[in-house]
Design a protein around this ligand. Structure first.
Ligand SMILES: Nc1nc2c(ncn2[C@@H]2O[C@H](COP(=O)(O)OP(=O)(O)OP(=O)(O)O)[C@@H](O)[C@H]2O)c(=O)[nH]1
Ligand SMILES: [Mg+2]
Length: 452
């Protein structure tokens, strides 16, 4: 996510940081590069101008130029401004209304409204402990209502039963009373999209707004459309009482123009990011953490949160105990691989780490990818329990059997065993608090060669 911008900032900052002192000309050049990087990221021109005009006087301040680490201070100034352009603080969904609390999702066709409706429903059930009902008001696209019903069924979220031929206004009223009857505390309304903003659509959502009186009206916008997304938000805001944005497809957006332009252009806070097609690919939008990611400083807080959400805590404790005693087994390795897969694989985890571009390019060059995780899983599953506990007993004939069982070859088994050995050694070091330097220097070469 936003990796193009991250790469640019890392380049710019590394040359600024290298300089023992900075003069005005160097700061000016740095700012020019930042301006270019933002424009390439499809940040709106007005935003870029404002951004530079806020950073410039601060970065050119004499106390900065004369300080002992001027580069770091410029980074800090840029970081603060990025946070401020992203939105200062995270904005929660307001459920301050008499239940069932109506929330309406609007947006252009294909922006991800229906998918996002189910993501948000799941989120509110899990995090806010609310019982949610979803209702589709898309009576135009064939099977649109069925799409939402199916998402509900697959993910165990209640949906309003479909009545063919019913008009949006009537569906709204029926949904509110059904939610009331079923004890649902929140009703999410998924609306129909149009290819572009037109009178008919605006008229319809305005009518829906009047009927349901939503506590939140959320625009679902495609992050890939860059600054256009911010302009779309501005237009929607002219018609309805827009209260928040959910940016979808942030997973595929290397640039970040939509996120950086939104608050300034449309003055509406981004509340969540859609980061994939699956229901769990949904993140609360924390401006400070996103700024860290954009500037290549990593987002350890989110990674830890994600880990504690996805990981089986009990299991984790056990592994930790074992690690301390140096008893890391193949079984533990397997459960780590699975957890890694759950968290979006190597790529998913990497996007949160500082210095990612360095490790990531190492990975890209060597072709380490998700396939390896799956292959290793198959190999470990072909081992007996004893072999997993104590891989040292795996001799030639056992290797052959495991290779056959997993559809691989002896070389693959040897590689995994070697990898495992390196891993358990590294784990031991890490558990003694020896991780220092890994982020800056990348993966140690001896381990990296084993991973290849
Ligand atoms: N990669 C990625 N794909 C997404 C994301 N959100 C939605 N999609 C995909 O985008 C496509 C369109 O999503 P929908 O939810 O049907 O979009 P919609 O706005 O309801 O579309 P209409 O009802 O036709 O206007 C689907 O294939 C989704 O899986 C996201 O955050 N990341
Ligand atoms: Mg839809």
């Amino acid at each position: 996510m936003f990796e193009n911008l991250t790469n640019k900032f890392e380049e710019i900052f590394s040359s600024l940081k290298k300089a023992p002192s900075l003069d005005e000309k160097q700061v000016d050049e740095g700012l020019k590069s930042i301006r270019l990087a933002l424009l390439e990221a499809d940040v709106s021109l007005d935003v870029v101008k404002e951004f530079i005009s806020r950073v410039k006087p601060k970065a050119l301040g004499q106390e900065i130029i004369r300080s002992t680490s001027p580069g770091d201070m410029v980074v800090k100034i840029v970081y603060d401004e990025i946070v401020s352009f992203l939105g200062d603080k995270n904005s929660e969904i307001s459920l301050n209304a008499v239940p069932p609390v109506p929330i309406m999702l609007v947006g252009l066709q294909g922006s991800g409204k229906t998918t996002t409706t189910s993501k948000l429903a799941k989120f509110l059930e899990k995090n806010n402990k609310k019982k949610v009902m979803m209702a589709s008001l898309d009576v135009y696209r064939p099977a649109a209502q069925e799409q939402l019903r199916l998402l509900g069924e697959q993910n165990n979220i209640e949906t309003l039963p479909i009545i063919e031929g019913q008009l949006p206004a009537d569906i709204c009223r029926r949904a509110l009373s059904a939610a009331n009857l079923n004890g649902c505390e929140v009703v999410l309304f998924d609306t129909a999209g149009r290819t572009q903003i037109d009178f008919q659509m605006m008229n319809e959502i305005k009518q829906i707004e009047t009927i349901i009186n939503p506590a939140e009206t959320i625009l679902v916008a495609d992050s890939l459309t860059g600054q256009v997304a911010a302009n779309v938000a501005k237009e929607f805001k002219n018609t309805v009482n827009l209260s928040g944005i959910i940016l979808t497809r942030a997973d595929g957006d290397g640039r970040g123009g939509a996120a950086l332009s939104m608050k300034y252009v449309a003055e509406i806070p981004i509340k969540f990011l859609g980061v994939g097609e699956k229901i769990e690919n949904f993140e609360v939008f924390h401006p400070d953490r996103i700024a860290n990611r954009i500037l290549g400083m990593g987002d350890i807080v989110s990674l830890v949160e994600k880990a504690s959400e996805d990981l089986d805590q009990e299991n984790l404790k056990k592994t930790e105990e074992k690690l301390k005693k140096g008893q890391f087994s193949m079984e533990d390795y397997l459960s780590q691989l699975r957890q890694m897969k759950k968290m979006g694989g190597i790529e998913g985890i990497m996007s949160f780490l500082p210095g990612v571009s360095k490790i990531k390019s190492q990975m890209d060059q060597s072709g380490i990818d998700e396939k390896i995780i799956t292959q290793n899983e198959a190999v470990i599953l072909s081992m007996t329990k004893q072999e997993r506990e104590n891989p040292k007993i795996i001799n030639g004939s056992r290797k052959k059997r495991i290779a056959n069982g997993s559809g691989t070859d002896i070389a693959t088994i040897n590689k995994l065993l070697k990898q495992f050995k390196m891993m358990s050694e590294m784990m031991k070091k890490m558990s003694k608090g020896n991780m220092k330097g890994m982020a800056d220097k990348g993966i140690p070469p001896e381990l990296f060669n084993q991973l290849k």
